[in-house]
Each structure stands twice: as C-alpha cells, then as structure tokens.
Design a protein around this ligand. Structure first.
Ligand code: CP
Ligand code: NVA
Length: 308
C-alpha cells in the first residue's frame, strides 16, 4: 500500500497526533530493540542519505536504524557525487527519488531541501539545515517524556545561539503546547519568521540568561558557532562568553530540571563540564533516542500509522 507523500522538513510539517503516534511507536520499537527482537517492516526499502555537512549521530542513527528495520541505507556526499559539481537540485531529486523509497538530507539553506522535496517522488526528511533540525527535537522531547513525563505546560530554557535547534524547539512548543524561554546575546535574537512560528505566544526572550533558566524544567544549549558559520567564530566567542550553562545557572532552574545538548559539545564554551558530565545531564539518552525516534519516523512516513 502506498502512503500519501509526507515530508518532514520542519517540525510542524507533522500534526500533533502524528508526533504523538511517533512517540508511542518509539517506545514499542525501542523496547523490541532492547529485547533483541527482530522488527523488520522496511525490508526491500532503501534510504538515501545526502550529507553536505559533517555528521556522526545523524548518519549513524539513520544508517543503523534503516538496517535494523530490514532496509538498506546509501550514503552520498557532495564531495564525490555530481551534487557538488552544480547539478541542479531539482534534477538530482528527480533521479534519486526514482531509485529509493526515502531520502534524508543534511544541507545549508532550508530552501535547498524544500526544492528537493518539491521534485521528489518519495518522502524527504530534514537531517539538519541552517534553519531547522526536526529529528533532533523529536529525540529531545522523547527523552524528556522518558525522564519526566509529558512536556505539555512545561518550560524549556534555551541559552545561546538562536540557531536551527533553537528554531525547532520553538516550532515544537507551538505544536505541543509548552513554553520556551530564550536568552541570546544582543544581535543573535530569534527571528520569528525564520523560525517558522505561527506567533502563538509560546516563547519569551530574555536578555539575562539566568532569568531564562529560572524555574525551567529543561535547560538546553548548543554550540556558539554552527556548521556553515565558521567565519564568525572569533566574533561569536566574544559575544557568547556570558552564555554558558554552568552549575550556578542550573541551580536557578527547577530542582529536578534536566540538561540536554544535541552534541557535539564544547566543554568550557556553551556548557561547563560540571553540567554536561553532571547528574542532571541526559545527553547520552538524548543521543541514543535519535536512533529510536527516527526508526518510528521512517516507519510512519513509509507505512502510515502502524499499530502492530
Ligand atoms: N546532533 C547531531 O545532529 O549530531 P551530528 O552532527 O553528529 O549528526
Ligand atoms: N547547531 C549545530 C547543530 C549540530 C548538530 C550546527 O548546525 O552545527
């Protein structure tokens, strides 16, 4: 049975019911995996993964995940394919999507993945763009649910750069009804339009990072310089010096607050070692959950709302 074509380019491409379904499926798929039970609903399906930026977790979790579901994964990058030699994205999408069942792309501007998807016969998943990182936030919310229960009505503190991961938290807050308190240095504030928000009042900006963290149930941050912005590194190191999540900042969050970071992390920059390596940190569960949520995501995009 063919599913209607559904992409996952932004977090809010899926409706809240589908996101909840993916979380429910993640629990089942993860439990089976932990019991060494085979679950291979994607036999004979092929995932193509296109990387224009470096990756450890995203490549590994998609490739291992597809293999565990019974399918195959093919890794392409721009260095040794025609993608890096100026072949139009639209042409690449036409050809690649005739040879596989699913595509995952990590690239620069969101516009690139949107153009690919508009010319694709198969679902396209955003594996990170300059603007969004939706698979990461699926894993992060799943991790919060496992540790603390529903995220609805809770407060997430985002400390640092208003980057792809931050924008995606903001989209998720609107969709799943929780609050995000953001603190960025001056000049690096959230741009609501770029973040793809509806303006439903689920986020607040704070000039003081301690105020953003106060009372939060989840404190999270990310690198000061994302991939593609390396030329700004020196200016960013100066601007972000006071936006480090340290023990003092965690002490004003809720008593049982958890700390998350999408990784890779820079200890001594955006996060102190005492926090990321401390008792409130759930970063390894967060990284592992990339595998489990993306298996549930791929199952849902290819097979619909399975309930076996
Ligand atoms: N968090 C994340 O996406 O990690 P990678 O860059 O290693 O894929
Ligand atoms: N914001 C970071 C996330 C890396 C997973 C980046 O885009 O480089």
């Amino acid at each position: 049975m063919n599913q209607p074509l559904q992409h996952f380019l932004r977090f809010n491409d899926l409706d809240p019911q589908t996101i909840e379904h993916i979380f429910a499926r993640t629990r089942i798929i993860k439990d089976r995996f932990k019991r060494y039970e085979r679950y291979m609903p994607l036999q004979d399906r092929t995932l193509v993964m296109i990387f224009e930026k470096a990756s450890t977790r995203t490549r590994l979790s998609f490739e291992a995940g597809m293999h565990q579901l019974g399918g195959a994964a093919i890794y392409l990058n721009t260095r040794d394919t025609q993608l890096g030699r100026g072949e139009p994205v639209e042409d690449a999408a036409q050809v690649i999507s005739r040879m596989c069942d699913l595509v995952m792309i990590r690239t620069f501007e969101q516009e690139i993945i949107e153009r690919f998807a508009a010319n694709s016969r198969v679902p396209v998943i955003n594996g990170l763009t300059n603007e969004y990182h939706p698979c990461q936030i699926l894993a992060d919310i799943m991790t919060f649910i496992e540790h603390r229960g529903s995220i609805r009505g809770k407060t997430v503190a985002w400390i640092g750069d208003s980057n792809n991961v931050c924008n995606t938290w903001l989209q998720a807050a609107e969709l799943l009804d929780f609050q995000v308190h953001v603190s960025t240095p001056p000049g690096y504030e959230v741009e609501p339009e770029r973040a793809g928000l509806y303006g439903s009042g689920h986020f607040e900006q704070f000039t003081d990072p301690m105020e953003a963290a106060r009372g939060a149930h989840l404190v999270t941050t990310d690198v000061w310089t994302s991939m593609g912005f390396e030329a700004e590194n020196d200016a960013r190191r100066k601007a972000f010096a006071d936006w480090q999540v340290d023990a003092e900042m965690m002490s004003v969050a809720a008593r049982d607050a958890v700390f998350m970071h999408c990784l890779p992390a820079h200890r001594g920059e955006e996060v102190a070692a005492e926090v990321i390596d401390g008792p409130q940190s759930v970063v390894w569960d967060e990284a592992e959950n990339r595998l489990h949520v993306q298996k549930a995501l791929m199952e849902t995009l290819l097979l619909g709302k399975v309930n076996t």
